[in-house]
Each structure stands twice: as C-alpha cells, then as structure tokens.
Design a protein around this ligand. Sequence first.
Ligand SMILES: [Zn+2]
Ligand SMILES: [Zn+2]
Length: 94
Amino acid sequence: MYRVCKVCGAEFDSKKNGMKYCSPACKSVALHQRNGTAATHESRVCPVCGSVFVTSRRDQTFCSVNCRVKNHRSKKHERTRLSQAEAGDKAGPG
Ligand SMILES: [Zn+2]
Ligand SMILES: [Zn+2]
C-alpha cells in the first residue's frame, strides 16, 4: 500500500519499511517538528545518486554517508586507476 510522506510528499511503500515516512531522514524531521526543535529541513537532490532527500542539517549535501564517500572517491578516481596499473606489475616467480 502506497502512502504519501507527510514531510517531503514523496510516495512510498509503507509495507516495505512499516513507517509513516518515506525514509529515516523524514522521520527525524517529523520528530523535530513535533518537539519544536527547528532543524533545517528542505528537499534537496543528491548530486551523486539523484534521489530527493530532506536535509536534517544545514550543511547536508548528500542523501547518505555512502553518497558522500562516493563523491569523495570519484574526485581522485584518475589517480586510483594509475596506482592499480602499477600494482598489477608484480607477476613473477615467488
Ligand atoms: Zn519523505
Ligand atoms: Zn545519494
């Protein structure tokens, strides 16, 4: 059964996660709203995976730690490829 997330308005399968909200991020936003602790909660698009998420902190740029790490790695991807080529040169009688 599909429900509409009260925080960001996204449709999600409530059977899948058994929650009122589409993601843990939205759940925490709802909690903050209820407690009156105003956090920055605006919808943003993750630059790595392209999914829409709600920020829980003002400086949040990525939807998850995974995406943050991916973005970090992709920046030095070129260098990584070079060192891998060198590592493959170790063949020989041991
Ligand atoms: Zn949501
Ligand atoms: Zn992402």
